[in-house]
Ligand binder design. Structure first.
Ligand code: YSA
Length: 351
């Protein structure tokens, strides 16, 4: 087919394009105009492609008209773009302008949960005394949570730990998996893997099927401690726990040890700190005792040592399990443990 490109046709397209250019008002409209005339399939570009098909003698003259027209349209296009951009800025209301010298808006920064903070503080106090931190599973076998701790199936001592059982049974049809009720199962797990000397602390979450009140949650943290070696005595236990209390609470707070029963220690004790709220006088928080219990402890029972293959005639040890939330309550004067996990930012922001 004969090409229809003539200088007149080029002039017509150019004039049409120029005629529209001044009425374009924004960058989108300018872009559409560019595509319509100068784009790969635009009207001017398309017609100029036909120049190659013209006879030799016409090609040069028509080509010159075409190139001039393209250059002119490109030049006017960039002038129009500039005009629109500066008119746009001038037209902006003061509120739309960006003042790059203004200070940035502060980014809301999160913080560590108070339990995490106190767990770290407790771990640091024991690490400074030579303990190493280990962690273990929150879903535990009956064997570790009870049996290896000298609490056989159907032993009444199991009632001390109201348990949340998992629907998993052994070959005799008995439940054998639960959410750990304390961090003590890690005593057996650690001793199975390590030979003495052992000095570990185990922070982690525990779960109990029990009613909540100001000092009891159904899920809470514990930090377990275990030290086993030849020649460890009850004096080491007391010395370590007094030093811990001094580091966390300062030397002014009063500490009380009392005999207590745990099947996996002999002898067993609990340790309490004088109540922050009534200074020992008795109130709702301490249940009128003047003391708040923060941990159970004792000398590791020979049966527990035997159960993991340690010779109790050679090795002795002490262990303890403390409640970080109770320690935070005593340290910061928090009167209800349920505040820790109720997600109230007014409480959490204070730490
Ligand atoms: C005892 C002797 C050892 O050789 C080693 C560890 C232990 C502790 C034992 N395993 C235990 O769980 N004892 S306990 O039931 O008295 O809990 C220990 C601490 O956990 C308590 O003193 C308290 O601080 C915290 N605790 C217990 N139940 C809680 C709780 N904190 C919040 N809510 C609960 N429901």
């Amino acid at each position: 087919m004969q090409p229809t490109v003539t200088p007149e046709a080029i002039d017509e397209i150019r004039e049409e394009a120029l005629g529209k250019l001044d009425s374009l008002e924004d960058l989108d409209e300018v872009e559409s105009w560019r595509v319509a005339y100068l784009g790969r399939k635009g009207r001017l570009s398309s017609i100029l492609r036909d120049i190659g098909g013209l006879p030799q003698e016409e090609r040069r003259a028509v080509g010159a008209v075409g190139n001039r027209s393209r250059s002119l349209l490109e030049e006017r296009l960039s002038q129009r773009l500039e005009a629109i951009k500066s008119a746009g800025l001038a037209g902006l209301a003061d509120t739309d302008r960006i003042d790059v010298t203004l200070p940035g808006r502060p980014i809301a920064v999160g913080r560590l949960h108070p339990t995490t903070q106190i767990v770290r503080e407790i771990c640091s106090a024991f690490m400074a005394m030579g303990f190493q931190v280990v962690e273990g599973p929150e879903v535990e076998w009956d064997r570790y949570n009870f049996e290896l701790l000298n609490i056989p199936r159907d032993h009444p001592a199991r009632d001390m730990w109201n348990s949340l059982w998992i629907d998993h049974r052994n070959e005799r049809g008995e439940h054998n998996m639960l959410l750990r009720t304390h961090t003590s199962p890690m005593q057996a797990r650690v001793m199975e893997k390590m030979r003495p000397p052992v000095r570990v602390i185990v922070p982690g979450k525990c779960y109990r099927y029990e009613a909540t009140d100001a000092t009891h949650e159904w899920h809470f943290y514990q930090v377990e401690g275990l030290a086993v070696d030849d020649g460890i005595t009850f004096a080491d236990l007391k010395g370590t726990l007094y030093e811990f209390a001094r580091r966390v609470f300062g030397s002014d707070r009063r500490v009380r040890f009392r005999c207590d029963y745990f099947p996996f220690v002999e002898p067993g004790v609990d340790m309490s700190i004088d109540c922050f709220s009534c200074q020992g006088g008795g109130c709702r928080i301490c249940r009128d005792t003047g003391w708040i219990e923060i941990m159970g402890a004792g000398m590791v029972h020979p049966k527990v040592l035997e159960g993991v293959g340690y010779d109790p005639r050679v090795y002795t040890g002490f262990a303890f399990g403390l409640g970080p939330e109770r320690i935070a309550m005593l340290k910061y004067g928090i009167d209800d443990i349920r505040l820790f996990y109720s997600n109230d930012l007014r409480f959490l922001r204070q730490f």
